[in-house]
Ligand binder design. Structure first.
Ligand SMILES: Nc1ncnc2c1ncn2[C@@H]1O[C@H](COP(=O)(O)OP(=O)(O)OP(=O)(O)O)[C@@H](O)[C@H]1O
Length: 285
């Protein structure tokens, strides 16, 4: 869906490039997580893909169509790609919640009924009913995050880039949000999230891209990536909690019984109690 070819990018005023010949692909319909330490380049990558930063060398493609940096082309490009910034304050532009969500939608010049339907859906999907008429500066950061996401989702992008989307959300909102992400994914939008939160990434993603100092150092499915123990340690990335618990269990007790590693705490519980029940009944015989 998106291909980056030999990308070189240096921030203005910096001597060393952040990206030095980066090659990377984002595949349609894959739930992709970009992980990496602070400063590894996750947000900058999104800003390049969205055309907000201009590459100095290399090319970015959307299904073989090369990104060009003129105003008209960028407008079309950004209708396909929705970007939710790490800092929601950077995204919100209007006075109140409803005005903010309506702002981006108004640019699409939709028929009135569709405009209103999308507005209502975005408000309901992100549980903003009680906040719609509040000025944005009355909101908490978590609430602003939900408004920013609602605004992006109302535009129905084909590709959705989410930068640290669960930062500022509490447990319940994070849970709701992850369910919402699955719904968005099932509706056909390709979702890519950049996060430090390995537990969230591990629970949700099918495909992982690991960035380190502006380089793509690993990519693959969860098991392929997280089983590279030495590299993960070198990168000081840490490991998802459920993965660590599973790896720490005695192999003869349960790990050998299943081909796939559990992704969530409830999957872990389920697999553990199933195996323990089996072992108990065998030892009674
Ligand atoms: N506007 C800027 N000017 C100069 N350097 C910048 C700018 N924005 C980011 N950088 C540098 O680029 C590098 C990558 O930053 P980026 O924000 O893309 O990383 P990140 O992986 O998203 O980090 P985090 O996880 O902390 O959000 C860092 O070294 C950062 O200092």
């Amino acid at each position: 869906m998106i291909q980056l070819k030999d990308i070189v990018y240096t921030y203005p005023g910096q001597n060393t490039p952040l990206f030095r010949g980066l090659n990377l692909r984002i595949t349609q319909s894959k739930k992709t997580a970009i992980i990496g330490q602070n400063g590894s380049g996750k947000s900058s990558l999104f800003l390049l893909i969205d055309g907000l930063h201009k590459v100095q060398q290399g090319k970015i493609y959307w299904k073989n169509e090369e990104l060009k940096y003129n105003h008209k082309f960028l407008n079309q490009w950004r209708q396909r790609i929705g970007l939710a910034f790490q800092d929601p304050e950077q995204q919100l532009v209007a006075g109140t919640v409803i005005e903010d969500i309506a702002y981006g939608l108004a640019n699409l010049q939709l028929p009135k009924a569709e405009f209103e339907q999308r507005l209502d859906d975005a408000i309901a999907d992100f549980v903003l009913q009680e906040l719609v008429n509040l000025p944005l500066h009355y909101l908490s950061l978590g609430q602003k995050r939900r408004v920013a996401l609602a605004g992006v989702m109302a535009l129905k992008p084909e590709l959705l880039l989410l930068d640290e989307p669960t930062a500022y959300l509490d447990r319940r909102q994070t849970h709701n949000f992850m369910q919402e992400l699955d719904r968005i994914h099932e509706s056909g939008t390709t979702v890519v999230l950049a996060t430090h939160d390995l537990d969230i990434a591990y629970q949700w993603a099918d495909w992982f891209l690991v960035l380190h100092q502006g380089q793509l150092v690993m990519e693959g499915e969860a098991e392929a990536v997280f089983s590279q123990r030495e590299l993960i340690e070198d990168l000081q990335l840490g490991l998802p909690t459920v993965w660590q618990v599973w790896q720490a269990l005695p192999k003869h007790l349960c790990r050998s019984e299943y081909t796939s590693v559990p992704r969530t705490v409830s999957e872990l519980n389920e697999k553990l109690s199933e195996t323990l029940t089996q072992h108990l009944s065998q030892s009674r015989r």
